[in-house]
Design a protein around this ligand. Structure first.
Ligand code: C5P
Length: 253
């Protein structure tokens, strides 16, 4: 079989040409990166978990009428997605202060925010994805005012869905990042949720213990990342309840 054409390799995923026009295959790698790839590691099984978890969240969004790029999961590490023109923004929604918001404003992590706050970063690794205002976005033509209004509405719907799903399994959704793409149905443009939704792109805290179940485990050296993601998947019923993350066999001399 001819090798598939690679379209793009990112930090955690690879995009290949799909089987039909207008589709891509999204491959989830085991690579973990943080601080704009200054910290790197390979976490056995992370790609498999994120493929399953992103499928779970995207299907859930589809079921409540929020359009996404997800078409179907192909295997352990790959899913078929709809190609979309990615809006060059990281859309972040925060329910509680954490991470860069806490650092920037000196607000203690975990402080509830008066309302969900949506913020935008310009997607550019070389610049470290700088925070930008709506004025910048419109002035530089990254999105129109109408797009932005729609993106904020979409992001808040995703927040309500994700917060509810996580609350149901005893997890607090502190914040998350989504990416949005444009697709055309003839002349009609629609915005859809693209990229991935997984513990790589969310902050998830156990409601009782405060245990972190997201990429901060890697960023802050708090333990085994795959164990944390397995716990999220297990609680959501994405993995059978008796599965624990089993590392590769170790050769004992
Ligand atoms: O680092 P910061 O506090 O701004 O991150 C807010 C949320 O966005 C976190 O859930 C983080 O995992 C996510 N994020 C991401 N990709 C980035 C930046 C942030 O998924 N490049």
């Amino acid at each position: 079989m001819a090798r598939r054409k690679m379209i793009y390799e990112g930090k955690a995923k690879i995009l290949y040409e799909g089987p039909e026009p207008g589709t891509f295959v999204q491959y989830f790698k085991d690579d973990a990166t943080a601080f704009n790839a200054q910290k790197k590691d390979v976490i056995d099984g992370k790609g498999v978990l994120n493929n399953r978890l992103s499928e779970f969240f995207m299907k859930g969004l589809t079921n409540i009428g929020i359009p996404t790029h997800f078409l179907k999961r192909l295997n352990m590490r790959e899913q078929l997605i709809r190609s979309a023109e990615i809006v060059p923004l990281e859309v972040i929604v925060r329910n509680f202060a954490a991470g860069t918001m806490s650092n920037r404003l000196g607000i203690e992590e975990g402080t509830p925010l008066p309302r969900p706050i949506v913020e935008f970063s310009y997607k550019d690794d070389a610049l470290g994805d700088p925070l930008v205002t709506e004025e910048y976005i419109i002035a530089f033509g990254w999105a129109s005012q109408q797009d932005l209004d729609d993106i904020i509405a979409l992001a808040l719907r995703v927040n309500d869905f994700m917060s509810g799903v996580m609350y149901g399994v005893g997890i607090k959704l502190v914040d998350f990042k989504i990416e949005v793409g444009r697709v055309w149905d003839n002349d009609f443009m629609r915005l859809i949720i693209a990229d991935e939704i997984s513990p790589d792109s969310c902050r998830l805290w156990d409601m009782e213990t405060g245990r972190k179940l997201d990429k901060d485990v890697f960023r802050r050296d708090l333990g085994n990342l795959a164990d944390a993601y397995t716990e999220v998947a297990r609680r959501l019923g994405v993995l059978p309840s008796n599965v624990t993350h089993t590392p590769k066999p170790t050769i004992i001399n």
